[in-house]
Design a protein around this ligand. Sequence first.
Ligand code: SF4
Length: 272
Amino acid sequence: MPDAPPRHVLSLSGGKDSAALALYMRERIPQMEYVFNDTGKELPETYAYLDRIQDYLGKPVIRLNADQGFDHWYDVYGGMIPSNHRRWCTKMLKLKPFETFIGEEPVLNYVGLRADEERSGYISHKPNITPVYPFREDGLKLADIERILRDSGVGMPPYTEWGRTRSGCFFCFYQQKIEWLQLKDKYPDLYEAAKVYERPYPGSGNVFTWSQGESLEELERPERAAAVRREAERRRANREETRADLTLAEVYANRFAPPSEDDDAACVICTI
Ligand code: SF4
């Protein structure tokens, strides 16, 4: 008996590259299954953005939820806030539900890594999942992604309008300090919700922070916040100064790329 044809699955993160890839693949792979790994801690506007994408695609974006949410695993891990070296959140809330959804059938998993970026993506170790990179294969770069989103009417993810550079959980530890302050400006209630996790954990008394080296309470103190904002503005001005030497696509990349962040280390399933 011949092997069954593979399923085609594309994971949306709420970010621009996976959104553009979904639009790009709509006509090419009509049988595509679109999924969103929902941690339950996403930015409110991400859901509205997914609805816009879904309307354009004309088919549902399937929401995948873990059996147990963030707070359950936070307790299991003894109140340990996730970090780059303790990335249990991605594993338990994104990867496991995705792999459960995939099952054991052969699957082509479409990933929105672009032709103009070096980072490597999360690739499932499950042998039945084969990653596919259409933007890389077709040479599509950042400017192409922006054009696809603009021409479709879907547009860029809303969080880019207020300075955030990543999709994913509102409290994602990959945020720069200036992004934490922007979160506080835009969603003060979510900033407060993130602070709750920095309290001493009952029983052990362990304290972890989201942002390296300081708590959110320390970060929001007026003098400290002003210094972080000044530094962010200085960096932005420096980038503007070098604009004359850059191509348009590079200028755009600078505008949306975090200036001091290690993209390779980030979770592609959360942010692409
Ligand atoms: S977005 Fe950030 S906090 Fe959320 S699952 Fe991904 S790495 Fe973890």
